[in-house]
Design a protein around this ligand. Structure first.
Ligand SMILES: Nc1nc2c(ncn2[C@@H]2O[C@H](COP(=O)(O)OP(=O)(O)O)[C@@H](O)[C@H]2O)c(=O)[nH]1
Ligand SMILES: [Mg+2]
Length: 521
């Protein structure tokens, strides 16, 4: 059905815009636009154009078919580029001729042949005037039925065959060829001429095009021409057939972009490789290392040996040094160094692999279209990744629950150690001042102050070591968590900025090629 094909054609125009070759899209748009108007104007009239080279006898034939001298014959120096129209029958063809932009109109009665014919005498397609050639070409594109008028001298003319007949091979159903001026030939020459013309057309894929011999001067063969036209006009099919041929020609022009069986998709492993490369470029390793060190430093600050841990506090926190926000906040710019050349190259490679594989087997323009979709956001990626990292909840805020009791225990042990130290210092002072030594309690055989000092210090140190081991395990786990969360967010960015657009183009390819195959069905 033509209507369905025209819907498909609209889809081709819409999806092909900016993707397919501009000339092809333009052609499709022109055909779609033309079809819309032509169908709206209805099939009451059939527009038949007499087209041909200068002096072939178009105007003479036009007058002969009109039964009146409407068009000027033998005008060697044409003064107007406009075509002349003859409308046969009562029904008005004004709207149709307005659309065709043919100003000179003549009416003829619908005699025995019936109405519905709009006959056009076109300007010469080989005119010395460009305006005439353009006008002829414009109308050749618009009319329903094309009658090529040739004469015995110029029927094999290269312009006619190369520029018009051969490219219109798909339009054989809406074309006729009239060999005019046969009165100039004797019967043998006429047969030879017709046979040669037939052979030429057959070779050009136009074997379906009827060839009629006629003479506009003697009137010979004109009845056959009239009958052929009347038959087409009565059938009212030429307009639709012409449009169908146009749609087929457009579909043929699209065959290159949509060969049969071309399918494409993003491969899982390519997607994973891209996410890895982007995660790396986002600085996930740097952050993981900073998270590890930061966690260990904080653990030491709470659970380390109280007499040495103040040293730790002099060093800056590695996470804070990267200016990573403590609460996820995309508006913050971090102090991460940004992707290195190597990291960028890795991203580029991943992108190229992904698009190459996704468009494997697809012809141009698709590889280019998909590559553009994939790399459209490439320039913003470093900035985007930085914001992504800043907006990632790295899980830094929460302290492990065991830190507090261990810290408390460390404080108790420190107090005991200090108490033992002060006690011993007191005893030392009393002894120095030659006071009698007060009684000192013992635990077993060890004096209590000594036990407090040595035991407290030893226990504190051992507890600090144990806590450090535990903190190292926790730090590794936090680094893994941070890396995983960054990866998840980067994955979302990759999906949004790269994979989404790529998949969209692949979908466009599928829809467009489905539309093209509907054009051809
Ligand atoms: N002998 C002969 N002369 C013709 C015939 N048709 C046209 N002519 C002449 O060929 C010349 C050009 O004809 P015209 O109709 O103006 O051709 P156009 O340029 O295609 O419109 C004129 O002198 C016509 O009289 C024909 O069938 N037989
Ligand atoms: Mg003429």
């Amino acid at each position: 059905m033509l209507a369905e094909r025209l819907t498909a054609l609209d889809e081709v125009v819409e999806l092909g815009e900016g993707r397919l070759d501009p000339g092809t899209v333009e052609d499709a748009r022109r055909v779609a636009g033309k079809a819309g108007v032509r169908l709206r104007l209805g099939s009451a009239h059939t527009v038949v154009a007499l087209a041909g080279a200068t002096g072939s006898g178009k105007s003479s034939l036009f007058n002969a078919l009109a039964g009146q001298a409407v068009s000027r014959v033998g005008v060697r120096r044409p003064t107007t580029s406009a075509a002349t129209a003859l409308v046969r029958g009562e029904e008005s063809a004004a709207e149709l001729l307005d659309w065709l932009e043919v100003p000179r109109r003549h009416a003829a009665a619908a005699d025995g042949a019936g109405g519905g014919l709009v006959l056009l005498d076109l300007p010469d397609f080989d005119s010395v005037r460009l305006a005439h050639r353009l006008e002829a070409d414009r109308l050749v594109e618009l009319v329903d039925l094309l009658v090529w008028v040739v004469d015995p001298q110029k029927y094999a003319d290269a312009v006619l065959h190369d520029r018009y007949l051969r490219p219109l091979a798909g339009h054989a159903g809406v074309m006729l060829v009239v060999l005019n001026q046969v009165d100039r030939l004797d019967p043998a020459a006429r047969d030879a001429c017709l046979a040669d013309l037939r052979r030429l057309l057959d070779r050009e894929g136009l074997s379906g095009v009827p060839v009629l011999a006629a003479s506009a001067v003697t009137g010979e063969g004109l009845d056959a021409v009239r009958a052929a036209l009347a038959e087409r006009v009565a059938a009212r099919r030429a307009a639709v057939q012409r449009l169908e041929a146009d749609v087929r020609r457009t579909a043929d022009g699209l065959r290159g972009a949509c060969p049969d069986g071309g399918r494409a998709a993003v491969r899982r492993e390519d997607r994973a490789a891209l996410v890895e490369a982007l995660t790396d470029a986002a600085g996930a390793e740097t952050i993981a290392a900073a998270v590890t060190r930061s966690h260990r430093a904080q653990a030491a600050a709470v659970t380390g040996w109280p007499f040495t841990r103040w040293v730790r506090k002099l060093r800056p926190d590695p996470v804070r040094r990267l200016r990573l926000p403590t609460e996820p906040n995309e508006l913050v710019r971090t102090s991460l160094p940004g992707p290195s050349a190597v990291q960028r190259a890795r991203v580029d490679t991943a992108l190229r692999r992904l698009t190459d594989h996704a468009t494997d087997g697809l012809p141009e323009p698709w590889p280019g279209v998909v590559r553009r979709a994939a790399t459209g956001a490439a320039a913003q990626l470093p900035d985007l990744l930085d914001r992504t990292v800043a907006g990632t909840d790295l899980g830094l805020g929460r302290r492990p629950r065991w830190w507090l009791p261990v810290g408390f225990l460390q404080a108790v042990l420190a107090v005991a150690t200090l108490a033992g130290l002060l006690w011993l210092l007191g005893l030392f002072a009393l002894d120095w001042l030659r006071f009698p030594e007060p009684p000192v309690p013992h635990v077993g055989r060890l004096p209590l102050p000594t036990l407090l000092l040595a035991g407290g210090a030893l226990a504190g140190l051992l507890l600090a070591l144990l806590a450090r081991r535990l903190a190292a395990v926790g730090a590794r786990r936090r680094a893994r968590t941070a890396r995983r969360r960054i990866r998840e967010r980067v994955e979302a960015v990759a999906e949004d900025r790269v994979l989404g657009p790529v998949r969209e183009e692949l979908t466009v390819h599928e829809r467009l090629c489905a539309a093209v195959s509907r054009l051809r069905s």
